[in-house]
Design a protein around this ligand. Structure first.
Ligand SMILES: C[S@@+](CC[C@H](N)C(=O)[O-])C[C@H]1O[C@@H](n2cnc3c(N)ncnc32)[C@H](O)[C@@H]1O
Length: 342
């Protein structure tokens, strides 16, 4: 699954797994409480651990369910369309509709708030997102989809939309000119499911500070945002696709109202107490925390904070910076991996 998601740990997986292995036994329970794309959760599953995954974003919960809870294609009996391939074929041939995506996020629509038409998707692709979402919502309301079936189809729609979105890295803004991939036709593609690995995992959705009391694990991995910019703002459009709702589109960029998914980890003032809540509430004696040298808190500030909990050690990993198509800093940055033992 390729996915341009800020801070995703795909390239760090071998190092992370090596480090996890040194502190927990085979088959241990490991929590990944800011799981994002669920790349780390999936690697943990493949390595034989039992995983508790969580994130505050809806799309992340869909990714986690797909990557942790499924090992074969669901039956999709409630749809009456045959199995996975039949369902995707049906969704791929639906006629475009004039829904919220067509209106708010394509140049063929007229935004409700009087902003200039937005160019996140071509009119055709936006109308297809609307049509597929309407069908998924209808199935869901009729009880025709199980939770994992619903997550699999919404996960596929998020990935299909990512491939044709007219953006430079995040959904904070659309591009003014059309990129070649944005003019291609949106297509749902079947996800290859992990086969032959345990499925006794748990997926939660919500702020880590709220989910923490539900976490009973041998190790808790925390991969927080490290910048001020909120994930809910950067990825507002895939959150709407994941929820299938029709929120108000605010401002020039058409952001969904996202305050309910504001993260205290993006605030220099609030981040320490947010960490403390997790440490206090999770039933766990070990934590591993990823953080960037570019982040809001320095190595020294983090050391001081984590030392309140127990013994801290630090591994420093050189890493290539995230770069959007529009440019960005590039170069190498140090990625921190802290380990705390109570
Ligand atoms: C650096 S990314 C995680 C990337 C992930 N490890 C991956 O490989 O894709 C940070 C994640 O933290 C989530 N997040 C931010 N604040 C949160 C909070 N308070 N509780 C739960 N999740 C939060 C964001 O939605 C985002 O997915």
């Amino acid at each position: 699954m390729s996915y341009r998601y800020i801070g995703n740990k795909t390239r760090l997986l071998p190092i992370l797994l090596d480090s996890f292995k040194t502190v927990v036994k085979d088959g241990a329970t490991v929590a990944d409480i800011m799981c994002g794309t669920a790349a780390v959760s999936e690697a943990l599953r493949t390595a034989g651990y039992r995983v508790i995954a969580s994130d505050m974003m809806t799309f992340a919960a869909h990714h986690a369910r797909v990557r942790l809870l499924l090992s074969e294609k669901p039956e999709f009996t409630g749809t009456g369309l045959g199995r996975y391939a039949g369902v995707l074929a049906h969704l791929n041939q639906l006629k475009p509709q004039n829904g919220v995506f067509h209106k708010e996020y394509s140049p063929d629509g007229v935004p409700e708030n009087g902003s200039d038409p937005r160019k996140y998707f071509s009119g055709e692709n936006a109308g297809r997102i609307d049509a597929i979402t309407a069908q998924l919502n209808q199935w869901q309301q009729a009880g025709a989809l199980s939770e994992t079936e619903n997550s699999l189809l919404r996960h596929d729609l998020v990935l299909a939309s990512n491939r044709v979105a007219n953006i430079a890295g995040t959904y904070g803004h659309h591009r003014s000119k059309w990129g070649t991939s944005a003019l291609a036709s949106l297509e749902l593609r079947p996800t290859t499911l992990l086969n032959g690995h345990r499925t006794d995992h748990i997926v939660h959705q919500g702020p880590a500070e709220t989910v923490a009391p539900l976490i009973e694990a041998d190790l808790c991995y925390i991969d927080p945002p490290y910048m001020k910019r909120q994930y809910a703002a950067n990825y507002h459009i895939i959150e709407t696709i994941a929820r299938g709702d029709s929120p108000e589109a605010v401002g020039v960029s058409g952001l969904r109202p996202w305050r309910d998914q504001y993260s205290d980890f993006c605030s220099k003032v609030k981040i320490r107490d947010a960490f403390r809540m997790i440490f206090n509430l999770a039933q766990c004696d070990q934590f591993m925390i990823s953080y960037s040298e570019d982040g809001l808190l320095t190595e020294e500030q983090l050391m001081e904070l984590f030392s309140e909990v127990g013994t801290v050690s630090l591994q420093k990993i050189p890493f290539t910076r995230f770069r959007s198509n529009a440019g960005g800093q590039g170069g190498t940055v140090i990625e921190y991996l802290f380990h705390i033992k109570r």
